[in-house]
Structures are given as C-alpha cells and as structure tokens.
Design a binder for this molecule. Structure first.
Ligand code: FAD
Length: 398
C-alpha cells in the first residue's frame, strides 16, 4: 500500500486550490470558518458555482454528471475544500438519494431527478426516523396505501434535518403488513408542497432550528415516485445508509477545526504566555493531532482498498466512531481554549444572518453552540453504540 500522492494527484490538488481561491465567496468561507450557519440562498449559490464547474456531484457516474474522479482525487478535494472553509454540499440528495436512484431507479427517474439535483431545482430531506423508529428503523409505522395511480401517506417522521427548506423528501413507509418487519416497507419520493404535509420545528440545545417533525395526513404521491419495487424498500434504505456513514469520518472538517483551534491557542494567553505553549494544553493539542493523523491513515487505507474496487466493510463503522468522537473532542478543546469567552451563550450566534458584535475573538460566539450542536454526530447516521455492535459482530465475531 502506497500512501504517498502521485505527481498527477499533487497537480490535481493545485487545480482544486486554484478553483477554491478564485471561486469560493469569502463571506461564505468566513461564516463556515467561524461556525456560523449559511442561509438557504448562500448554500444554493455555492452549489451553483460547484455545479457550473462540474464538481457538485463528482462521485456520480460521468454519464449522469459526475466528474470521473478517482477515490483519491475525491479524498484530496474533500481535504482542500475543508481547509478552504468551503461548505460541504447538502448531502441528502447528492450523497444519499442519488446513489439509490443510480442503483435502483428507472432510467426515467435517474434522468429526471439527478438532472434536477445538478441544476439545484430540488432541496431534499430524509424521512427515515420516526418516534420509536431510530436505531430500530424497521419499526417504521408511517403507511402508504395504494389508491389508483397514487399512494396515500399517513404518519409522522422526526429529526428531519433542514425539512424547513426542502421541497422534496424521501420517505420509508409501510405498504404491506408483514410478519417480518423489514418486509413491506417501500421507498417513496414525496413533494413537500403537497396538501397534508406539515413541518414543525424542533429547536436543539444550541438554540438552532436545524431539525423538524414532519406530519403526513392523507398525502398523495404518484406511483411513479416509487423507487425500485414495492415492499422492497428496506434493501434500498440500507444501501443508502452505507453511503451516509462512509462520509461521516469528517477528516476534512476535523483538519479545519484543528487549524482554527491552533489559531485560538496561539492568540489566547495563559500566565503571560500563548496558550499553545502551556504544557498541559499543548499535550492535549498533540493528543488530538495524533488521533487525527491516525484517522487520516486509516481513512487512506480504506480509500486505497476502495480504489482497488473493494467495498468498504466494517472499517467504515470504525471511521465513523473515531471521526465523530474526535470532532467532539476538538470542539471541547476550543471551549477550553477560549475560557470565559466561551461562556456567553449567545443563542443565534450559530445561526444564519446573526451579526451581533462578538464577545471576545471572532471565533468565540459560535464555539459553545458548535460544541453543543456536534453532540449530534455520535447519534445520527447510526449511533456510535450501533456502530460498536456492528464491529463486535463483523470484526470480533462476538
Ligand atoms: C441532529 C440530528 C439530525 C437528524 N437528522 C435526521 C434526518 O434528517 N432524517 C432522519 O430520518 N433521521 C434523522 N436523525 C435521526 C437519527 O438517525 C436517530 O436519532 C438515530 O438513528 C438514533 O435513533 P433514536 O434517536 O430513535 O434513538 P434510539 O434508537 O431510541 O436510541 C437511544 C439510545 O439507545 C442506544 N441504543 C439503541 N439501540 C441499541 C442497541 N441495539 N445496542 C446498544 N445501544 C442501543 C442508542 O445508541 C442511543 O444512545 C437525526 C438525529 C439527530 C440527533
């Protein structure tokens, strides 16, 4: 296994850096750097810039608008984008639904929905979880009953990220009662503007409105919006989850957060010296950095095997656990580094459009909301306890 980048890959890195330097709007990069959310318009603007360059969905097959990058080139792009503080495109359509459409959708569905994603015509959200169906996803109770050329949907989804912006949702719904709970679930696409869809906000610990409850009362969606076969949705749902998890190591995000943390540690002082020279804090920084380097090597190992055509196995669970815990550790160190400046909890500092003058350095107001917000990482995409179960079964054979 050769973990060094080839000259061609280094050339590609230069191309990516040039693009980011010239095309990433500085105000978007700044907000991303200090942890402030972006407005819907800003997200769409950046995604349109990526789309114009052909880099919005680089991982798709070229025939549907992908960039034809190797796995290593994708890895390089993600690193450089995070270091430049480029926001990651919203994953629900591009990274979750798209692979399902590409593998299981009809040609007509692929052409129609993938084209709309590239042109920024739809904002997708994920309708998997329900009260009582999170880790135990097969327990979904939402029903979709066939009525002529439509399905009629009734039920409730929850924790639905950014549903307030979405015009489309992909839904797991029960189309048949079955002894085995995994049978009888179907994968449906639903227009959020249909009569009977109601979105109610859930305000999280950091004071932000990122997630929602979504209620369906006699919502009609055409049968043409069924993906794959009726009652076979569990297979497609699981396939989507492997894509959700493999993108969760967040090495780019941790690298960027580490860089910001070092800047804070160099600027803040303790006992008349920069905090970064304090032996205890320096040791904590070093430990996080070593963890990050370990994670990077493991990720490169996974990337190298994927480049040989091998599907990522349970090591993606390992990456998810270590990657999410590390991001949480770095955010905890940032609150520690800022000391009293991390205390004023300005609800809204993390939110789009907030322009209240900061208390302390510019990075300070978003540090505590970010710390609180990142608690989610070890819960969603399959909680870390569930990932540990996967490792104990698949690797340790327990
Ligand atoms: C911020 C945020 C955004 C989200 N966005 C979305 C979204 O857009 N769309 C969507 O569909 N879902 C979303 N989710 C839901 C997420 O997928 C679920 O929260 C997650 O799957 C856990 O399910 P649950 O919340 O029902 O917890 P539960 O499944 O009830 O779990 C509660 C606790 O028990 C543990 N546990 C459960 N079963 C086991 C077991 N067998 N072994 C060991 N421990 C176990 C869990 O690890 C957890 O700690 C989001 C969640 C969060 C926090």
């Amino acid at each position: 296994m050769d973990l060094n980048f080839t000259p061609a890959e280094e050339l590609f890195r230069r191309e990516v850096r040039d693009f980011l330097e010239s095309k990433l709007p500085p105000e978007i990069a700044y907000k991303t750097k200090i942890g402030q959310g972006l407005s819907k318009t800003e997200v769409e603007h950046w995604q349109a810039i990526l789309s114009a360059r052909g880099w919005l969905a680089p991982h798709w097959p070229v025939e549907y608008g992908g960039a034809g990058w190797s796995v290593v080139e994708r890895f390089i792009y993600e690193q450089e984008a995070a270091l430049a503080h480029a926001p990651a495109p919203i994953a629900f359509g591009l990274h979750m639904l798209a692979p399902v459409l590409i593998k299981y959708g009809s040609e007509e569905q692929k052409r129609y929905w993938l084209g709309r994603m590239l042109r920024g015509e739809d904002w997708w959200c994920q309708g998997y979880s329900e009260p009582g169906a999170g880790s135990d996803l097969a327990n979904v109770k939402t029903t979709a009953l066939r009525d002529g050329d439509d399905y009629v949907i009734n039920g409730q989804k929850t924790w639905t990220t950014l549903a307030q912006h979405a015009n489309m949702i992909f839904v797991l719904a029960r189309t048949k009662k079955s002894e085995k709970r995994q049978d009888g679930i179907s994968f449906l696409l639903v227009d959020m503007t249909s009569p009977g869809v109601e979105v109610r906000p859930i305000i999280t610990l950091d004071g932000d409105h990122e997630i929602n409850e979504v209620f369906f009362t006699d919502v009609r969606t055409p049968v043409s919006n069924l993906i794959g076969e009726e009652n076979k949705g569990w297979t497609y749902a699981k396939y989507l989850l492997t894509y959700e998890r493999t993108s969760m190591a967040g090495i780019g995000a941790s690298t960027a957060a580490m860089r910001s943390l070092k800047e804070i540690a160099a600027e803040e002082s303790k006992g008349g010296r920069p905090l970064s020279e304090d032996p205890l804090f320096a040791a904590r920084l070093a430990r996080a950095e070593i963890e990050l380097e370990n994670l990077r090597t493991t990720a490169m190992r996974v990337v190298a095997s994927a480049a040989r055509g091998e599907a990522p196995g349970p090591e993606s669970s390992m990456l998810k656990i270590r990657g999410t815990e590390l991001r949480q550790d770095i955010s905890a160190l940032a609150t520690r580094a800022l000391g009293p400046y991390a205390h004023p909890f300005l609800v809204g500092a993390h939110e789009r459009g907030d322009n209240a003058p900061p208390i302390g350095p510019p990075a300070a107001p978003a540090v505590t909301p970010t710390y609180l917000n990142l608690r989610k990482l070890t819960i969603f995409g399959g909680s870390n306890e569930i990932q540990r179960n996967i490792i104990s079964k698949a690797i340790l054979r327990l």
